[in-house]
Design a protein around this ligand. Sequence first.
Ligand code: IDP
Ligand code: MG
Length: 137
Amino acid sequence: MEYTFSMIKPGAVEGNNIGAILQKIEVAGFSICAMKKSWLTKEQAQVFYEVHKDRPFFDDLTEFMSSGPIIALIIEKENAVEDFRTLIGATDPSKAEPGTIRAMFAKSVSQNAIHGSDSIENAEIEADYFFAKRERY
Ligand code: IDP
Ligand code: MG
């Protein structure tokens, strides 16, 4: 079974959309393997998004991602990485398909409600950043 890593971002946690987003994830056939509430420091957000460190939006992104608590998740399903990217929709919510999590819950490109790993390799790196093996079932 494949897994992917996800984070419900601060805007969606603040907006009380955790339950609605988890419901969409479960209805789409994913099982929750690990879940926790956490609050990243700016330094931890910079490590998590290190691939984007030279992009113009890096400071805004890491500022936002450390502005409040997040929900970290490992979720499981066949073809989890690709299917989850489809479920969350495009990075820019104005371009996301109707019914996707970002179309429903994102406020803007920078505050786009949810993260989903872009590859199996990155899912492993990102899941390991948040969860010990004994926290996954
Ligand atoms: P993804 O989250 O859809 O994989 P990435 O390109 O990996 O998109 O970018 C990471 C995050 O950085 C996005 O989710 C979004 O919040 C933010 N971001 C990406 N591009 C822009 C931009 O052009 N302006 C502002 N924020 C951006
Ligand atoms: Mg990405």
